[in-house]
Design a protein around this ligand. Structure first.
Ligand code: ADP
Length: 504
């Protein structure tokens, strides 16, 4: 009996620590709004609010063929994109692995690898008619135009230049901070006599925004929930007050801003931090940075869950999971992939390849689902099956659910903050809601999203939407169209290369 109640107490304590109520979501959103304003007026703020020099979004009529190179997370991708001008595009791509050695070695070695990958792609695949008006100079006309999707915080000074502010997501290549990443890439092409010209530097969030606008005809926010999290939105130039001294920027009009919201509230004063979050942060390669991202994204949810599971295995006076036994993956930092959480929740929900259990009493069906989770735990975490009770499986799936739900709810604060900041919503006080005077009153509001978490994690989007509804009210929420920005980093990059040509 003692054992049973200890379990209930600890589950209740976890529930209390990981559940954030609507009041807390409001507070976070309010802090978000002030950090957005702060970043728009000054450089060097936690939320960098980076001007991208892309003035507006496409409408689907754009055409051309471009190369795109995408570095920003788990894989490196090279792709060739043809914009067909009818809201569709075709794309051929090749993925290349980025080894730990490349992520943490000399930056020139990393960029040599990028250039070699592009070279391999061009060699292995039949060459296309690339738009050669990349440059007006004749000797340049044989260069293939390429846009670099580089999904790390970069302070851009033009469409085709920008210096790396800091690495995130496990990258730490040496001698890179403060360097112009377009120049690093172009130097690598030139050293190797590869006839490619990098014409644009794109963040993946900007890519998501542009590609969603291209395929759907309108979009105001591009957001990533993958290895990391970040968003880019369409801003009035007049509101980017830190640009007011910049002579190259015309006053008026619009510009896409890359928020770098992964760094929102690095002080963590507004974030619902638990000891498990603190442990993750302390052991990360960037303690006290990317605070928001560490609550939300794919790189971290598995690790928070691993920390919780270990604390339950180690609980005293009695272990509360797996008879006190751990395993090699569970003992290793990053040993629990967020994809496993996803799989566990799918099994519980009867989704994907886990079709609903056979007919039977609710108890029997629950037992069948828990047996599936047992199987996942044995297989993915290399736990010994006799150590995994059905009750253990039940606890683990609840822990996964708590951590992923917190992530989805917190993600909504970022979306709500952009809607409120751009005048499309007001923070909802639960009274009468009127959209009178709001920007785009009565119209659809397009949001393009990308990343494995939002694409594959069961109910992530549903939970995000429910929290968004609590924050901005049902009227506005019902007008928000959240859609996948598929291949944002490819098609979006191509669109950016096109913008570069038009602006040159
Ligand atoms: P990136 O952001 O690097 O471009 P992804 O969007 O694929 O790439 O995100 C990769 C991250 O998503 C990894 O951290 C991984 O743990 C997580 N992930 C992969 N598959 C799934 C899944 N099915 N459900 C939830 N998370 C996943």
């Amino acid at each position: 009996a003692l054992h049973g109640s200890a379990k209930e107490d600890i589950l209740e304590s976890l529930y209390n620590q990981f559940t954030i109520d609507d009041q807390r979501l409001f507070k976070i959103t309010q802090t978000f709004l002030s950090e957005i304003s702060d970043g728009l007026s000054s450089y060097g703020r936690p939320m960098a609010m980076i001007p991208t020099f892309v003035n507006g979004v496409p409408d689907g009529s754009e055409t051309g063929t471009f190369l795109a190179l995408d570095l920003g997370g788990t894989n490196l991708r090279v792709c060739e994109v043809t914009l067909l001008g009818d809201k569709t595009f075709s794309l051929r791509q090749q993925k290349y692995k980025v080894s730990e050695a490349l992520k943490t070695g000399e930056v020139t070695t990393l960029f040599d690898y990028l250039a070699d990958s592009v070279d391999a792609f061009l060699t292995d695949t039949p060459s296309q008619d690339y738009d050669s008006h990349v440059s007006h100079a004749d000797e340049d006309s044989s260069y293939v135009p390429l846009a670099l999707t580089f999904s790390f915080p970069v302070e851009q000074s033009a469409l085709d230049s920008g210096v790396l502010l800091t690495w995130t997501k496990g990258f730490s290549a040496k001698n890179a901070i403060g360097k112009d990443v377009v120049k690093l890439l172009q130097d690598a092409f030139d050293r190797k006599h590869i006839h490619v010209k990098c014409v644009a530097l794109v963040n993946d969030t900007v890519g998501a925004l542009l590609s969603r606008a291209y395929t759907s005809g309108g979009c105001i926010l591009g957001a990533i929930f993958g290895t990391g999290t970040n968003g880019a939105y369409v801003e009035d130039v007049a509101k980017i007050t830190k640009l007011s001294q910049n002579p190259t920027v015309a006053a008026g009009g619009e510009m896409i801003v890359n928020t770098e919201w992964g760094a929102f509230n690095n002080s963590r004063s507004a974030l619902p931090t638990t000891p498990y979050d603190n442990k993750l942060d302390r052991e990360s390669i960037n303690p006290r940075f990317q605070a928001f991202e560490k609550f939300i994204s794919g790189m971290y949810l598995g690790e928070i869950t691993r920390n919780v599971i270990l604390s339950l295995i180690d609980a005293a006076p009695q272990p509360l999971l797996f008879r006190g036994r751990s395993s090699v993956p569970l003992n290793k930092q990053w040993g629990l992939d967020t994809a496993v959480l996803s799989e566990i929740e799918e099994a519980w929900e009867g989704l994907g390849r886990f079709s609903p259990p056979e007919q039977g009493s609710p108890e029997a069906q629950k037992g069948e689902k828990l047996r599936r989770i047992q199987g996942i735990l044995a297989h993915r975490l290399e736990l010994s099956p006799p150590d995994i009770s059905l009750a253990d499986a039940d606890i683990v799936r609840q822990v996964c659910n708590l951590i992923a739900s917190r992530a989805a709810r917190m993600s909504a604060t970022a979306v709500a903050a952009i809607l409120v900041h751009t005048g499309r919503a007001r923070l909802w006080d639960r009274g009468e809601q009127s959209s009178v005077g709001l920007k785009d009153e009565g119209k659809r509001i397009g949001v393009g999203v990308d990343g494995s978490l939002v694409e594959f994690y069961p109910n992530f989007q549903t939970k995000l939407r429910a929290s968004l509804r609590a924050l901005v009210g049902p009227e506005v929420e019902s007008r928000v169209d959240i859609g996948m920005a598929k291949d944002g980093s490819g098609a979006g990059a191509a669109l950016c290369a096109l913008v570069a040509q038009k602006q040159s």
